[in-house]
Design a protein around this ligand. Structure first.
Ligand code: 5AD
Ligand code: SF4
Length: 464
C-alpha cells in the first residue's frame, strides 16, 4: 500500500469528508487550486490522491486553447460512473472554462453540481453548505457563480491559512489578476476579468509567512505581472521590498507583457541580487503585420530592443517566450519573420502553439484562417529551431558551477533535483552526494558542477 493509499484509508476511517482537485493550465490555476484545498481544509475536507476516494471532485480548468477545454469534458465523462456509485458526491467545475461556459457546462454534463469562475472560489465553503441544505430538502441543486469580485478574492486569500510547506522550498504568490490588453486571439480578458493588483502589504505578509515556513524562492504570478501597481509602487519596488525578507533567497515573476516593461524593472535585473536571471517575455510573432492584427501594440523591433536592454542590465539573462503560429492571415513571409526573430533573440526556453480559434474572441471570426496542415508544418519548424537553441543553452552550462536550489528526489528516486538560476531542472545522482543525506539538501542552495546537459535538464555533482 502506498503512502497515498494509507492516507486515503486513514481519512475514510475517520469519517472526514474528502476532496480531490485536478488542475489544468497555468501556474495561476496551480496557485488557485492550492488555495481552494486550504479553504476546503478549513471546512473539514481532507485532500485525497484520487477522484475514486473523494466526496467532492473539482476540476480547475483552462480555456486558453480548444484542446485544453475539451479535456474537461472527457474527464467529466470518466467521473460519471463514480457519481452513480456515490450519490452524495459533489462535482464542481472551476477556473476559466467555468467562467467562459457557465451553465452550458451543466447542460452538456449534468453530472456537474456547481460551476464557479476563478474569482469566486472563496465562496466554495458557502456553496457546499447550500448544496448540503438543498439536498437535505430533496432538491438537486445546480449552482453557477461567475461574477468578477477580484478584490473580494484577494481579501479572502488573506483569510485562508496556508498549509505548512511540505511540498517545495519554492512557492507561488499571486500579485495580480486579469488582463486589459485584449490580444485578439486570447480568452483571458473575458475569463479572468480586468487587471487588478493585490495590496502590497498583503503580498509581503504572505511572502513572510511562506519564508517562515521554509520557502526560499518565491515566484510572483499575474497574467500581466509587470502591470502590478499599488500605492504608487511598481513591480521593481515590490521586488526590492520582498528582497529585504531575510531567508528569502530567490525571486522570480511571470508573465510579463512587453508593453508594461519600464526602465526601473529592467534596471532591477542588474541591481536586485535576489532576482533570478530568467525572464519569460512572450512575443507571439515576429511579423509586424501579425502583431498588429493580434493587437499586441508593439513591433518586432520594439521587442528586440527590449531584450537588448535587459541583456545590457543582466548579461547572463536567459529569455523565454510564447509563440503562436498560423494566426489568421499569417503568410509564409510572416512566419519567416518569426523564425528570424527567434534567430536574433536566441532563447533558452520557449512555448509554441498552433493558433486555436476561441469563441468570442475577434480573431476567431477572421475570414483568412490558416489551414491546419500549414499550422502543423510551421509549428514543427519553429519548435525545431527553439529546441536547438534550448539544447545549445543547456550545453553551454557544462563545466560551469551553478547554485542549485534543491527541492526533492526526482521521479526515478535515485537522484536529488533542484533548479538552476536559469530555471533548468538540475539532477544530482545520490551516489555522488558524497555520503550526504539527500533529503537534508531540500531547501538548500548549493554549488553544483554541471557535467551533463540534456534537452530539458542538467546533471552534475556537488562542488563542495
Ligand atoms: N491559440 C493558441 N495559443 C494561444 N495562447 C493564448 N491564446 C491562444 C490561442 N487562441 C498562447 C499565447 C499565450 C499563452 C499563454 O498561450 O502564446 O502567451
Ligand atoms: Fe491574453 Fe494578451 Fe492578456 Fe496575455 S496580454 S493574457 S495573451 S490578452
Amino acid at each position: 500500500m502506498s503512502i497515498n493509499d494509507q492516507q486515503t484509508e486513514a481519512v475514510k476511517a475517520s469519517n472526514e469528508k474528502t476532496c480531490f482537485i485536478k488542475t489544468y493550465g497555468c501556474q495561476m490555476n496551480v496557485y488557485d487550486s492550492q488555495r481552494m484545498e486550504e479553504a476546503l481544509a478549513a471546512a473539514g475536507y481532507r485532500p485525497v490522491a484520487a477522484a475514486e476516494d473523494a466526496d467532492m471532485v473539482i476540476l480547475n480548468t483552462c480555456h486558453i486553447r480548444e484542446k485544453a477545454a475539451e479535456k474537461v469534458y472527457s474527464e467529466l465523462g470518466r467521473l460519471k460512473p463514480l457519481k452513480q456509485q456515490n450519490k452524495d458526491m459533489v462535482i464542481g467545475v472551476a477556473g476559466c472554462v467555468a467562467q467562459a461556459e457557465g451553465a452550458e457546462i451543466i447542460a452538456r454534463a449534468p453530472v456537474v453540481d456547481m460551476v464557479f469562475g476563478p474569482q469566486t472560489f472563496q465562496q466554495l465553503p458557502a456553496m457546499l453548505d447550500e448544496i448540503d441544505d438543498r439536498r437535505a430538502r430533496g432538491d438537486k441543486p445546480k449552482l453557477v457563480r461567475t461574477d468578477f469580485p477580484a478584490a473580494e478574492k484577494f481579501e479572502a486569500l488573506q483569510a485562508i491559512a496556508r498549509k505548512p510547506i511540505t511540498r517545495s522550498p519554492s512557492a507561488f504568490v499571486t500579485v495580480q489578476e486579469g488582463c486589459d490588453k485584449f490580444c485578439t486571439f486570447c480568452v483571458v480578458p473575458y475569463t479572468r476579468g480586468e487587471e487588478v493588483s493585490r495590496a502590497r502589504a498583503d503580498i509581503i505578509a504572505e511572502a513572510r509567512a511562506l519564508v517562515a515556513d521554509g520557502v526560499s524562492e518565491i515566484t510572483l504570478l499575474g497574467q500581466n505581472v509587470n502591470a502590478w501597481e499599488h500605492e504608487g509602487i511598481r513591480l521593481d519596488g515590490l521586488l526590492t521590498q520582498l528582497g529585504e525578507i531575510e531567508g528569502l533567497a530567490r525571486l522570480r515573476f511571470t508573465t510579463s507583457h512587453p508593453r508594461d516593461m519600464d526602465a526601473a524593472l529592467i534596471a532591477a535585473h542588474g541591481e536586485n541580487e535576489k532576482l533570478m536571471p530568467y525572464l519569460h517575455l512572450p512575443v507571439q510573432s515576429g511579423s509586424d503585420a501579425i502583431l498588429k492584427a493580434m493587437n499586441r501594440k508593439h513591433s518586432a523591433a520594439d521587442y528586440i530592443e527590449l531584450t537588448r536592454k535587459f541583456r545590457a542590465a543582466r548579461p547572463d539573462l536567459a529569455l523565454s517566450s510564447d509563440f503562436i503560429v498560423g494566426f489568421p492571415g499569417e503568410t509564409d513571409a510572416d512566419f519567416a519573420a518569426t523564425m528570424a526573430l527567434v534567430e536574433e533573440v536566441n532563447y533558452a526556453q520557449a512555448f509554441s502553439f498552433k493558433y486555436s480559434p476561441r469563441p468570442g474572441t475577434p480573431a476567431a471570426d477572421a475570414a483568412d484562417q490558416v489551414d491546419e496542415a500549414v499550422k502543423a508544418a510551421r509549428l514543427a519548424r519553429l519548435q525545431g529551431l527553439l529546441n536547438a537553441q534550448q539544447v545549445a543553452f543547456n550545453n553551454a552550462q557544462k563545466g560551469r558551477v551553478l547554485p542549485v536550489l534543491f527541492d526533492k528526489p526526482s521521479k526515478s528516486g535515485d537522484q536529488m533535483s533542484g533548479r538552476s538560476p536559469y530555471l533548468q531542472p538540475v539532477h544530482v545522482p545520490f551516489e555522488v552526494l558524497g555520503g550526504r543525506d539527500a533529503t537534508a539538501l531540500r531547501g538548500r542552495i548549493l554549488p553544483v558542477e554541471i557535467t551533463g546537459a540534456h534537452a530539458n535538464s542538467l546533471s552534475g555533482v556537488l562542488a563542495i
